[in-house]
Design a protein around this ligand. Structure first.
Ligand code: PMV
Length: 337
């Protein structure tokens, strides 16, 4: 076998963002939109990448130069994942060459974790092609290391969702990785149209914590409490409580300074249209908001998200995105052509 296609799901943070970076738990769900990665072995000692979704076409370098020199943003995760895989599990021969194509079912702008999903796919695909049997935990660890090598700071919740799928109660680095046995959630997603930069937002909160260490630590403790309550409520299917806890969580994220008026407008619009609760999802500053709503209010909530407006600036509406939650983690799509 010299060619394989592997896929991994995107993710949405349900509860606990930011606090999770400081050792508190979070809850993340894997979403139905997937990243697909095809990896092919060749005999020329080159790495070639086509990733049209992130504007990478015809990127090519010698295998021995992996991780060396300027790497385009859209190629970083794939290249460093390969580099780490070879460093840990295999050495190149002079005939080792790799061609990779990535194709996402979601825009990299949504904040669904396309970089982490492609990292997980590359490691899974290489392990299959090279006959190096890796467990999902080993794939997770190497993918998480790759993300840390590039970003410096990350909890790895998105890597966990891409690898294991489902809905997970998660602590940084996979210290706790507990699957929650849930049905698909009646979750509605709204994209704000603003691309957020996770590292910038994490650093912004870190600076705040230097000035107000106790205030911020108390906020993290409260978030931890509500994550634990949310876990119980989710397992009981008590969506009313889950929604209330989402609203609490949003309040804390606002007080950390990572919400913005556009997200707030979409969140309030969803709540006013009948959602049990709504919050931003992920680092904040843009990307997506999520709402949990009874089936009878689904349409109204979607429309409210699309039409949300701000008193002085007019339209602040987002774009609702249809998703499934709680889907399968990394998997092989096909072997060969
Ligand atoms: O921006 P996203 O969707 O990757 O979410 C970031 C969540 C944080 O908790 C702020 C960071 C992290 O690595 O957990």
């Amino acid at each position: 076998m010299n060619k394989i296609t592997v896929s991994a799901p995107g993710k949405l943070m349900l509860f606990g963002e930011h606090a999770v970076v400081y050792g508190r738990p979070c809850i993340v769900t894997a979403v139905g939109q997937r990243m697909k990665v095809t990896v092919e072995l060749s005999n020329d000692p080159f790495f070639e990448l086509k990733a049209p979704d992130v504007s990478v076409e015809g990127y090519k370098k010698q295998m021995i130069d992996l991780s060396i020199g300027e790497i385009p943003k859209g190629a970083k995760f794939v290249e460093i994942a390969m580099y780490n895989f070879y460093n840990c599990y295999k050495s190149y021969t002079k005939n080792t060459g790799i061609r990779i194509t990535t194709k996402s079912q979601f825009s990299s702008q949504f904040g669904f974790g396309s970089s982490s999903a492609s990292t997980v796919c590359v490691i899974k695909a290489l392990s299959e092609l090279m006959g190096v049997k890796l467990t999902n935990m080993e794939i997770f660890k190497l993918a998480y290391k790759t993300v840390l090598d590039i970003q410096g700071v990350a909890s790895g919740f998105d890597v966990a969702a891409a690898t294991f799928g489902g809905t997970l109660y998660y602590v940084i680095g996979g210290k706790i990785l507990k699957p929650l046995n849930l049905p698909s959630l009646p979750l509605i997603v709204g994209y704000s149209g603003i691309k957020a930069d996770t590292v910038t937002l994490v650093n912004f909160v870190k600076e705040k914590a230097k000035k107000y260490p106790k205030v911020i630590d108390d906020i993290y403790t409260s978030i931890e409490d509500l994550v634990n309550l949310a876990k119980k409520a989710l397992l009981k299917g008590d969506f009313q409580t889950v929604g209330e806890l989402m609203n609490f969580n949003q309040g804390y994220l606002s007080s950390l300074g990572v919400s913005n008026d556009k997200l707030e407008a979409m969140i309030y619009a969803a709540r006013n249209a009948g959602a049990y609760g709504a919050k931003l999802s992920g680092a904040g500053g843009g990307d997506c908001m999520i709402a949990l709503a009874p089936t009878k209010s689904k349409k109204a909530v979607e429309q409210a998200i699309n039409k949300a407006s701000l008193p002085l600036r007019g339209k602040a509406g987002g774009q609702h995105i249809d998703i499934k939650t709680n889907v399968e983690g990394v998997r092989i799509e096909k072997y060969g052509k």
